[in-house]
Design a protein around this ligand. Sequence first.
Ligand SMILES: [Zn+2]
Length: 172
Amino acid sequence: MIPNVDHCFQKAGFDKKRLFYTQGDYGLFQCSEPCCQETFENEDTIRQMIEQQRDMRIPSELLPICSYCGKPMTMNLRSDDKFVEDEGWHRAAERYDNFLRTRRNMRVLFLELGVGYNTPGIIKYPFWRMTAQNPNAMYVCINKGDAVCSKEIKQQAICIDGDIGEVLDRIV
Ligand SMILES: [Zn+2]
């Protein structure tokens, strides 16, 4: 599960079918209305915008328009109740639920990389709760400046305060 919407996992070559970008994906447009529960790959449009921008402006004809209702498109980002959860989103949510359900009391590593307190209810608190409920689970958190966990799971947790890239390099 990734809360980041910056599309970096996909750019790094991760199979998007193995990701659950629960908060959206900047690689996708959605209708701003939204008139439909669909998202649209936007790489070509964005690359055209980058090529043709001058003084922080792009030609108006490059502004993306919904092909169904004609309203402007926007990024697929959860910021209010207009967030579109498309078919891919629902399939990913289901895969994530299945994964958690079928491994309920198994040895599970909840590895949390750089999750802050902006939306702790998405990953951090559920990870703490699921660790507390499963004596075979471990919670590992790598975070620069915010490597903490609840006292309930102290015995099952490793919190590393540091740069994720450096820490992972040292482990490898
Ligand atoms: Zn629309």
